[in-house]
Design a protein around this ligand. Structure first.
Ligand SMILES: Nc1ncnc2c1ncn2[C@@H]1O[C@H](COP(=O)(O)OP(=O)(O)OP(=O)(O)O)[C@@H](O)[C@H]1O
Ligand SMILES: [Mg+2]
Length: 526
């Protein structure tokens, strides 16, 4: 459906065209006409499918620019979302004169907000706490409000905000229109919502899955200690333009940011213990690409819309299934492609099963990339850049420098190229030191090798060749590089190059001998 078929203000049609919207999304096509009729609705549609405009457009249709009272109020669960929704509604209102939209949220100078509110604002987009604050101070009045929107309604009506929402809605005239939007809408929440709405129509853009099709979802079985290393490898291999890494605690966010920055990544944290100024700085940095990696708690899980987020990582699996939907929904927006990678530790596999059941999607297991994979991806990128440079630049003076060297010294141009490659691949993570030596200790292995202990299980009569083959097959490490296998009555040891040891351990869960899993651990623990 085209926007001009909706019977909306021509100025809004102009604005959406300028915003690059060609057609309405399904939720917009279905919700906008009903909301324009003045009916209460509950709108549920997948993440990134344009719910903001679905309420923003009919909201603007209702505003009388000549009337300087607050006429519409939108409540959002987080500050960042309030700012973003206000921006989107301002863009929609770009050609409508005399409409003022402001976000009001905690942590921002309240005196400034009061001044703006006094200057005649028709649309307030706020977080419940700060809105209540203004109500108490009587710096905002809602007696001319005809429309209330609860964006991310289920989240806000969840225990945390319920009382605040109730208090706020009591201040809004009873004849108001009340609309609720979210990508998830659990039944208990809809029951609560019935108290605030009148004869609400449920508009659910039904799809089998709750998550968007264009997000590919994978998981990695990891050990808690190896999460950061695995994350780094994935970042190096997939090289996302922007990515968001979700952690379950503020402490974990801080730790991971320090770790990633130490490894040379442009990462910043976002969580509720930070000062608002800092939160704004981080969010702006991420929106304009100064920060590539946003490490966040669930404050960034709902509604946040940033172009070019290619990958969402669940560094920790979320506690609630709904949060999985919202977190991964930060990628794959407005029809783009996205990747969602979840880290799963031990028994969390069960949680992952629940998430899959809830979302009605499959999350597929993926092996952890080896350092070899990382190295070859890095080399590919370097070769690509070199190719571009060779094609487009005059390198003759450099060529003669190399020729001179080769004539004077005892090595070839190939040696020089190889040394250069090694040098350029050493940026960011240091491949050789990434392995954490002490985990393997001194186990009397040969120089450069570490000993691993393998438990093949008693009943299995595995031959050394089977074990070697299985490990080589799963890790991609050439069988030649894996050293001796020593089989004793009860114990089996294998020696592997130190730099591959971690890979072998991580691959363990996938290494099967005669269909049965085996157990591998550092030999110094025995
Ligand atoms: N009709 C449209 N055509 C193209 N892009 C659109 C259209 N409507 C909205 N968009 C863009 O799609 C992106 C996602 O929209 P929006 O943030 O409203 O999604 P949402 O459904 O609210 O998602 P979430 O559940 O994550 O809050 C925004 O960048 C928005 O500008
Ligand atoms: Mg939204």
């Amino acid at each position: 459906m085209k926007f001009d078929e909706l019977g909306i203000n021509e100025k809004i049609v102009r604005a959406v065209t300028e915003m690059g919207f060609e057609e309405t999304t399904p939720i917009q096509a279905r919700a906008i006409p009903v909301v324009m009729e003045g009916r209460d609705i509950i709108g549920q549609a997948q993440t990134g499918t344009g719910k903001t405009a679905a309420f923003g457009i009919p909201l603007l249709e209702r505003i009388d620019p000549k009337d300087k009272h607050v006429q519409a109020i939108v409540l959002c669960p987080t500050r960042e979302l309030a700012i973003q929704v206000a921006d989107e509604i301002r863009r929609l209102a770009k050609f409508m004169h005399g409409i003022k939209v402001i976000p009001i949220y905690g942590g921002q100078d309240i005196v400034k907000q009061i001044r703006s509110l006094k200057s005649g604002v028709q649309v307030v987009i706020g977080t419940p706490g700060r809105v209540m604050d203004h109500m108490r101070r009587k710096t905002v009045k809602f007696d001319h409000v005809t429309m209330a929107v609860l964006d991310e309604a289920d989240e806000m009506l969840n225990m945390g905000f319920r009382d605040d929402i109730e208090t706020i809605l009591k201040e809004v005239p009873h004849e108001r229109q009340t609309v609720l939007f979210s990508a998830t809408m659990p039944q208990p929440i809809m029951d609560i919502a019935a108290q605030y709405q009148k004869d609400a129509q449920l508009i659910r853009v039904v799809r089998k899955e709750l998550t968007v099709k264009n997000i590919e979802q994978y998981y990695f079985e990891v050990r808690p200690k190896s999460k950061e290393e695995v994350l780094s490898r994935l970042l190096d291999i997939y090289n996302p333009h922007l990515s968001i890494v979700f952690c379950n605690t503020k402490k974990q966010v801080d730790e991971l940011v320090t770790g990633l920055q130490g490894r040379g990544y442009f990462a910043e944290g976002l969580h509720g213990d930070m000062k608002q100024q800092q939160r704004d700085r981080v969010m702006n940095g991420f929106r304009n690409g100064r920060t590539d990696i946003l490490v966040a708690t669930d404050v960034a899980a709902r509604g946040i819309d940033v172009d070019d987020v290619d990958i969402v990582f669940n560094y920790d699996l979320p506690q609630d299934e709904e949060y999985y939907v919202h977190r991964i929904g930060r990628t794959g927006r407005a029809g783009r492609m996205g990747l969602a990678f979840s880290f799963v530790v031990g028994r969390e596999v069960y949680k992952l099963k629940e998430i899959q059941r809830y979302c009605k999607t499959k999350i597929i297991a993926k092996p952890i990339p080896s350092l070899n994979d990382v190295a070859s991806t890095k080399a590919d990128m370097i070769f690509k850049n070199l190719g571009d440079m060779i094609a487009s630049e005059d390198l003759s003076s450099y060529i003669s420098m190399i020729e001179n060297r080769v004539n004077e010294e005892d090595y070839t141009a190939m040696d020089i190229a190889a040394a250069f490659l090694k040098m350029s691949m050493r940026d960011g993570t240091d491949v050789d030191s990434a392995m954490g030596d002490d985990e393997f200790g001194d186990t009397g292995a040969q120089e450069g090798m570490v000993r691993l202990f393998i438990n093949v299980g008693r009943q299995q009569k595995a031959r050394p060749g089977d074990i070697l083959g299985a490990i080589a097959g799963e890790t991609g490490i050439s069988g030649r590089l894996i050293g001796s296998i020593d089989m004793y009555d009860k114990y089996t040891f294998v020696e592997v190059p130190r730099e591959y040891a971690q890979d072998v351990l991580r691959a363990m869960d996938h290494v099967k001998i005669k269909g049965k899993s085996i157990n591998i651990e550092p030999a110094n623990r025995k």
